[in-house]
Design a binder for this molecule. Sequence first.
Ligand SMILES: NC(=O)c1ccc[n+]([C@@H]2O[C@H](COP(=O)([O-])OP(=O)(O)OC[C@H]3O[C@@H](n4cnc5c(N)ncnc54)[C@H](OP(=O)(O)O)[C@@H]3O)[C@@H](O)[C@H]2O)c1
Length: 270
Amino acid sequence: MRNKTILIIGAGNMGISFISSLVKNKFSNKKIIVLESNPSKDVLNLKKRKKIVLIENEEELNNVALPDLVLLAVKPNQVDNLFSLNLAKFIKRSVIVSIIAGKKTSTLRKLSNQNLNVVRSMTNTPISVSMGSSVVYFDKKTSPKAKKLSKQFLSLVGQVVEVNKESQIDTFTAIFGSGPAYVYFFIETLSKIASKNGFKQSDEMIIHLFLGSILLMIDKGEHPAILREKVTSKGGTTDAAIRSLISSDKFYKILNRAINEARDRSKKLN
Ligand SMILES: NC(=O)c1ccc[n+]([C@@H]2O[C@H](COP(=O)([O-])OP(=O)(O)OC[C@H]3O[C@@H](n4cnc5c(N)ncnc54)[C@H](OP(=O)(O)O)[C@@H]3O)[C@@H](O)[C@H]2O)c1
């Protein structure tokens, strides 16, 4: 993989995480080409440290190597005007991986001047700590080589799962794409309750609670339901709380409804 040349288009919140992982994985600077019209301090710093080749407009494409893989990491409303004839020609033989929300493979293929190796993916923000969850969808036109390369690329920032239907990307977006926000909201809510009940610095305590519980689960290698039962003695305090969450499927229904709303929204963006 390290001998491949990668072109990242758009080095904002998501793009920079991929760039950092390429740098961490010791790709040579000539192999990490970044096309970004409005580079942040972090991106300029990487350029200064000769970790990447930065180009700020596509006229400069003539000065860089042809990429094996191109990551599209611009906002959904920026992709319609992205592919000039010059860019489409430059990346004609590259595998194009898109993480752009709501843009279908067929749309991306049309925009890219019929590049056959367009791969649609969705990911989430923990990619910045190499703990991302990503899905990837390949339609019938994608070559085996493109499938392999795109999976290898996405694995650099975390787990990758292939889905068979493009519509599953909407479900993934609702559960895993938006997932970090649910976790943060749970932390916020618990923290609010803790401070209302007189606990100072409850934010830090709640973060420890989450981190400690996850690390314990990994350490024990047990299913969360088993670990939950272990801290729930019949008739005790945890039992009272869990019964309240479970009664009439309350907690399940609230979360399920929220995820359905997110999925509907994702479908509408298509
Ligand atoms: N945030 C998430 O949780 C998440 C999760 C999964 C997927 N995504 C997807 O990831 C994509 C990127 O999101 P983001 O939050 O990283 O966006 P972002 O921070 O706005 O980054 C996009 C960058 O691309 C630049 N850009 C736009 N058009 C360009 C062009 N033609 N040539 C070169 N650079 C260009 C933008 O410059 P300007 O500042 O000048 O516009 C901006 O710096 C989105 O499509 C989103 O749907 C996001």
